[in-house]
Design a protein around this ligand. Structure first.
Ligand SMILES: NC(=O)c1ccc[n+]([C@@H]2O[C@H](COP(=O)([O-])OP(=O)(O)OC[C@H]3O[C@@H](n4cnc5c(N)ncnc54)[C@H](OP(=O)(O)O)[C@@H]3O)[C@@H](O)[C@H]2O)c1
Length: 432
């Protein structure tokens, strides 16, 4: 298998997660990409800085040009941030004929058209899945998955800090400042959070989404922004009374007259899926003319979440140059067996009608205890008809299906139980 020497510029939150994963899952990534990525080195600001939890197994330098000028290096991964030095780094890497993967939305929003043109002239790829919405593969979804559609509109919650602040203002009845302080305490907001709360970070990402989805040229300051810092507790309460919540939304929409590009606080009806995107989570709703509305949801930031998108770009690059057909699947690698139902684990809802007489609950509880089934909740209603039976509902903890079925057979056989016991599994989504 071909080796692909790679050079990282930046080993901070995203860079160190990317480097660690490139090392730890080298074989796995090679099997997915068709080429093996080998980190040749990384540029950082301070080579002597302590990097707790991460010991690089490759040389560090504070001179990115060492990697850019190395003829062996095929990909430069720019994870330093900023728009001045990063522009020099990405420009030089492309001019040197390297593919570039970046998470830098500010750089692309400002200099994207120049850089994409340069990449094309150089026959290189400039990939940026990680620049928008962290872990969510929304660039790929819009560019490839919805390729047959004209995208009319997209609406995103694409700044986790602002979404956290507005979520906490709602759930904790906090002021904007109190919620922002909490975000800082939890590490969700920088000391200077203006880029987030004033909408500029979301504007950068929106500009990139509108470029990919609608072909809107990247232009500095094209996106209208308004801060969320003016939203008050009073607005929260009125919105709530009207059946809405307030979110920072990034909106791109085609109209007969032009394109709307805007980031601002907005009321969202509480029943809408976007109203359930809480805390630091991100989501993007995309409306295509054939597909209709599709929604993408996930972690918008964080080392591993963003590294996942950086690695996806690297894999796509590898696949393309390894000549893998776009729709080809890697060989099946999973060797574990498909489990028979009695070996699955689940929580269960059990509904039955039982005789309204002493000792029935004790018998049911004893059966469940003997099968090590913990009960999380019980609902017992008054008799609804005069046959002397009452409806009874149990919610169990997660238990093996075999134990549940064994207990169910014994409960069903009790004389006090009338008719069939209704058994429905709980969806295993709480722990995902
Ligand atoms: N953090 C996230 O969750 C996230 C999510 C999506 C996108 N992004 C984007 O990813 C990029 C990186 O973000 P981050 O949070 O990982 O940043 P970070 O933690 O601040 O790391 C920046 C890295 O760049 C290095 N660096 C700074 N100036 C340099 C220079 N002149 N030469 C060489 N190296 C230099 C720093 O070196 P030292 O280590 O020596 O200081 C550090 O390793 C940014 O564009 C950001 O917008 C981040």
């Amino acid at each position: 298998m071909n080796e692909w020497p790679l050079f990282l510029v930046g080993l901070g939150v995203v860079g160190s997660a990317t480097a660690r994963l490139l090392t730890e899952r080298s074989d796995f990534l090679a099997s997915r990409a068709g080429v093996r990525f080998v980190v040749q080195g990384a540029a950082v600001a301070d080579v002597h800085k302590m990097r707790p939890g991460f010991t690089p197994s490759f040389p560090l330098t504070n001179d990115p040009w060492q990697g850019i000028e190395d003829p062996a290096v095929r990909v430069v991964v720019e994870l330093m941030g900023g728009t001045t030095r990063a522009l020099d780094v990405v420009t030089a890497a492309l001019r040197a004929g390297k593919h570039v993967v970046t998470a830098n939305k500010a750089l692309l929003a400002e200099h994207g058209e120049f850089l994409f043109r340069l990449a094309q002239e150089q026959g290189c790829l400039l990939a940026f899945e990680a620049a928008v919405a962290g872990s969510i593969p929304v660039i790929q979804a819009v560019r490839d998955g919805l390729a047959a559609n004209t995208i009319d509109a997209l609406v995103g919650i694409i700044n986790g800090t602002s979404n956290f602040v507005l979520s906490r203002m709602r759930t904790g009845q906090l002021s904007f400042q109190e919620a922002l302080q909490e975000a800082r305490r939890l590490g969700y907001a920088e000391q200077n959070a203006a880029l987030d709360v004033d909408g500029l970070d979301a504007a950068h990402k929106l500009a990139l989404l509108a470029r990919v989805a609608m072909g809107v040229p990247l232009r500095a300051n094209a996106v209208h922004t308004e801060t969320i810092s003016q939203v008050t507790q009073e607005d929260m309460a009125f919105a709530e009374a009207l059946g809405y919540c307030i979110r920072q939304l990034a909106i791109a929409r085609k109209t007969a007259c032009g394109i709307e590009l805007r980031v601002h606080p907005a009321l969202v009806r509480r029943q809408h899926l976007l109203a359930h995107v809480d805390g630091v989570m991100n989501a993007v709703l995309v409306h295509g003319d054939i597909a209709g509305a599709t929604l993408y949801y996930g972690a918008g930031a964080g080392g591993n979440a963003t590294a996942s998108a950086v690695l996806a770009d690297l894999i796509a690059l590898g696949r393309q140059t390894a000549g893998w057909a776009a729709l080809s699947l890697p060989k099946p690698t999973e060797e574990r067996p498909i489990l028979p139902m009695e070996q699955i684990q689940s929580a269960y809802y059990l509904r039955m009608r039982v005789a309204d007489s002493p000792g029935v609950m004790a018998s049911l509880s004893a059966i469940m205890a003997e099968h090590a089934i913990n009960v999380e909740a019980i609902i017992q209603k008054e008799p609804s008809c005069d046959d002397g039976h009452v409806p009874l509902v149990f919610l169990t903890a997660v238990v093996p299906e075999a134990s549940l079925q064994a207990a169910l057979r014994r409960m069903q056989a009790l004389e006090a139980v009338l008719g069939a016991i209704q058994c429905i599994r709980l969806a295993p989504v709480e722990t995902l």
